[in-house]
Design a binder for this molecule. Structure first.
Ligand code: UDP
Ligand code: LCN
Length: 819
């Protein structure tokens, strides 16, 4: 599209559009007439453009029309609804920012409309009666958020913690009495009934401030290393309890920070003080669906990166809690419980065991609770799409087990994916505890028009349950963690996963006129890492796991076909391009094989190795996977790949996988992640951690992980020719200049260490747990009102929808790949 002048910040589309249309009135009238030709319908941007091309077939005339504001408005249009004589436009000038207008095709007049009106336009295409019924059900979660401060810039979305500290600071600023909220909060802190930080004798800001002055003078006389126990009794007399620090030095620092906050609050000190408070000891993490285990589960239906993420998260979180608790001077053992479903038909995994300690942790466990029905315990795996009928009972059973195991309430509950987040919301509500939400991937944006077409899709996916559950959880949650910006607010051209819940409609069921606001400070981008004891650079020779080398040599280079590998590499001197994923359509491994097959230059330069799925389609129960397996075999034949391509079945040993990435790096090869869409993409950071130059999809998370051309490369999964040439160009350059490869390898590692480590993650996670717990307290009344509304929504809408999900038959379940 022609480069168009951007709208001025203060100008809205509705102000600019009339002039823009007027300037090209003749062509626009014809265009609108064309749009109207097919009657009511929803059009995407490419439809609008295609039909415009038909009307204005002269290229230079067209570019003239598209120059200026009109081009800008059209390029920002996500969607339009034709409803003669009107065309309604949903325009997104910036991430998270939407404007809705309706244009009359008769006189090209433009009128701003509300999101509700726009949704009604959409509904009319699918269910006119419902759309025009004045009493159709509308859900408005935003109505309860009038007191919630919102971020203003698109670029700030996802920096919620920083913003919350600033807002809290403003609430506490002014007279000393305004800081009473902190004192009241400190008075509530305890561990198993034993007060922490202060006791009732310091029940006002003035008393606390005085006591801090006295304590500071006293601490100045002690050496920094003096243990807290040495002055504990004296502090108790002054009203202080344990939790300020383990040594005089640390206590003094915490007290100074609080003194400064009481004197004149500033966001940095407030965040520092709240982050270091002893608030979180016991954490529950829900990951309900799939096979949750520490071995032999990856690649099983619905079981992928989420499991890897949570196990690594637990290790880093426990280490962070242990460190903080020690520094707070407390002798408390933190507990983290990952709660999942117990599956009696465990298919060779440990998913039928109730309790399992988590490796490399001291106090963390997996707790498995079965799904109960009227007929007893559900034995088999069921797809995440069919899981809704079991969740309420599961929450009750799990809550009872958790309370028993932890001997009390957890301090924080974190949900994962739709099912885990719903369960976390129900439990958090019941126990009155802080809740964090992690989606990994929301399903809604993966299917075009999945909301308005819900009736069509529901029998297979039960999206009505899923979207309602997601909306409940994201509204109930105190904070939301995402791996990337795009997960919240997308990119310039594509709406984010959360953003797609801002306003949507399920005609005949519910019009969500305000589902979530991506400018809400509950959103935080906290990217995961990869376990650096497993995924470390290929250059760290002394750490390399050489015991795996014979097996990897066999995996890559033996000439036999067996159940673990097929195909072979005739010229082993060539570098290897490598990919590893579940064999889902969206992962596009077959796409990569095709690109490679078609690109002679690339084939001459490198070999291709793929890890994923298995080779016999008749053994798969998943239709998608079956088709992918067949496609892979066809491609091997079609492009005569024998001798240049090795296909290895899914691998479950992460230590050996780590070494495999490094062995690929030894060949001076690269990792390629060609997914049609990837929410985050753990394999991308695993490969980069091993020093393997990485080419990854520009659709989704990897586009943020990699800085194109600096720490790796972006590839367009929809343009195989361009992508395969980009890879070939790189290897050609490396042939001429060996150092090219090292430059990208090292920059990839640098990027990881700066942004994608579990240490950074765990630190932020505990800070969030602490600060949002305080925020929750400060915002108690409003939160309660919203909770009531959410509960009503859950009871009146969600619970009815659940009844439409059929119980599984005795047939083996149909696994559906998880993106
Ligand atoms: N993985 C594996 N064996 C396989 C395929 C994948 O161990 O055959 C691991 C991979 O190393 C990564 C995870 O499974 O840790 C996949 O996570 P990712 O975020 O890439 O994708 P997801 O499967 O969650 O969509
Ligand atoms: C789910 C996905 O689809 C991946 O993109 C993520 O990396 C994984 O979860 C872990 O968050």
């Amino acid at each position: 599209m022609a480069s168009a002048p951007a709208l001025k910040r203060t100008d809205s589309v509705v102000d600019n559009m009339p002039d823009a249309l007027r300037q090209s009135r003749y062509h626009m009238k014809r265009c609108f007439a064309k749009y109207l030709e097919k009657g009511r319908r929803i059009m995407k941007l490419h439809h609008l453009m295609e039909e415009m091309e038909l009307v204005i077939d002269d290229k230079s005339e067209r570019s003239q029309v598209l120059e200026g504001i009109l081009g800008f408005i059209l390029s920002s249009t996500q969607e339009a609804v034709v409803d003669p004589p009107y065309v309604a436009f949903a325009i997104r000038p910036n991430p998270g920012v939407w404007e809705f207008v309706k244009v009359s095709s008769e006189d090209l007049s433009v009128e701003a409309i509300t999101p509700t009106d726009y949704l009604k336009f959409k509904e009319r295409v699918h269910d006119e009666k419902w759309a025009t019924d004045e009493n159709s059900f509308e859900a408005d979660f935003g109505a309860f958020d009038s007191q919630i401060p919102l971020l203003t810039l698109s670029s700030s979305i996802g920096n919620g913690l920083e913003f919350t500290s600033k807002f809290l600071t403003s609430k506490l600023t002014g007279k000393l009495e305004k800081t009473q909220a902190i004192v009241d909060y400190l008075l509530t802190l305890n561990h198993q009934g034993e007060s922490l930080m202060i006791n009732d004798s310091l029940n006002s800001a003035a008393k606390l401030q005085m006591a801090l002055v006295v304590a500071d003078a006293f601490l100045s006389g002690l050496s920094k290393d003096t243990a807290y126990q040495n002055f504990e009794l004296r502090f108790k007399e002054w009203g202080f309890e344990r939790g300020w620090g383990d040594t005089a030095g640390r206590v003094k620092e915490t007290m100074r920070t609080l003194s400064e906050v009481l004197q004149a609050p500033d966001p940095m000190n407030l965040e520092k003080f709240l982050s270091n408070l002893p608030i979180i000891f016991n954490v529950v993490i829900f990951s309900v669906h799939g096979y949750f285990g520490q071995a032999d589960v990856l690649g099983l239906p619905d079981t992928g990166g989420q499991v890897v993420y949570i196990l690594d998260q637990v290790k880093s979180l426990e280490a962070e809690l242990l460190l903080r608790i020690r520094q707070q001077g407390l002798n408390v053992k933190p507990q983290i419980l990952v709660v999942t479903r117990l599956i009696p038909d465990a298919r060779g995994t440990k998913c039928h065991h109730e309790l399992e300690p988590i490796s490399d942790t001291k106090h963390s466990h997996i707790l498995r609770v079965p799904f109960q029905t009227d007929k007893g315990i559900l034995r088999q795996w069921i797809s995440r799409f069919d899981i809704y009928p079991y969740l309420e009972r599961f929450t009750q059973d799990a809550t009872a087990k958790i309370l028993e195991f932890m001997e009390g309430k957890p301090d924080l509950v974190i949900g994962n994916y739709t099912d885990g987040n719903l369960v976390a919301s129900l439990m958090a509500r019941k126990l009155g505890i802080t809740q964090g939400t992690i989606a990994h991937a929301l399903e809604k944006t993966k299917y075009e028009d999945s909301d308005v077409k819900w009736k069509e899709l529901d029998p297979k996916y039960h999206f009505s349950c899923q979207f309602m559950a997601d909306t409940v959880a994201m509204n109930a949650s105190d904070f939301i963690i995402t791996s990337t910006y795009q997960e919240i607010a997308g990119s310039k051209d594509r709406p984010g996963q959360y953003e797609s819940h801002a306003a949507f409609t399920l005609p005949g069921l519910c019009r969500v006129v305000s589902g979530i606001n991506v400018f809400d400070p509950k959103f935080n981008i906290v990217a995961p890492g990869a376990d650096q004891s497993v995924y470390f650079p290929y250059t760290e020779k002394e750490k390399r796991l050489s015991q795996f080398h014979p097996a990897i040599e066999d995996l890559l280079f033996s000439k036999v076909d067996n159940i673990e590998h097929i195909g072979y590499l005739a010229d082993r001197r060539k570098p290897i391009i490598f990919s590893m994923a579940r064999l889902d359509v969206v992962k596009n491994l077959s796409g990569l094989v095709e690109w490679y097959g078609k690109n002679k230059r690339l084939r001459n330069l490198v070999n291709l190795v793929i890890v994923g799925g298995f080779f016999d389609p008749s053994k798969s129960k998943d239709r998608e996977e079956m088709a992918e397996i067949k496609k892979m075999h066809d491609l091997i034949d079609k492009y005569q790949l024998k001798g240049q391509f090795r296909w290895i079945a899914a691998q479950t040993n992460r230590y050996r996988n780590g070494e495999l990435y490094r062995c690929i790096a030894d060949t001076r090869g690269a990792f390629v992640q060609p997914a049609l869409y990837e929410a985050f993409g753990l394999t991308v950071i695993e490969a980069m951690n091993c020093g393997l130059p990485t080419f990854a999809t520009n659709q989704g998370g990897p586009a943020e992980i990699i800085v194109d051309g600096v720490s790796g490369f972006h590839i367009d999964p929809l343009n195989g020719e361009e992508s395969s040439n980009k890879i070939a160009d790189f290897f050609e350059k490396c042939k001429v200049n060996q150092s090219q490869w090292n430059v990208i390898s090292e920059a990839g590692l640098q990027r990881i260490n700066e942004c994608y480590t579990w240490k950074i993650y765990a630190n932020k996670m505990v800070n969030m747990g602490n600060i949002y717990t305080f925020w929750r307290q400060v915002n108690k009344e409003q939160k309660e009102a919203k909770q009531r509304y959410i509960q009503m929504f859950y009871n009146l809408i969600f619970k009815n929808l659940v009844k439409t999900v059929p119980a599984p038959s005795d047939e083996p379940q149909q696994p559906v790949g998880k993106q």
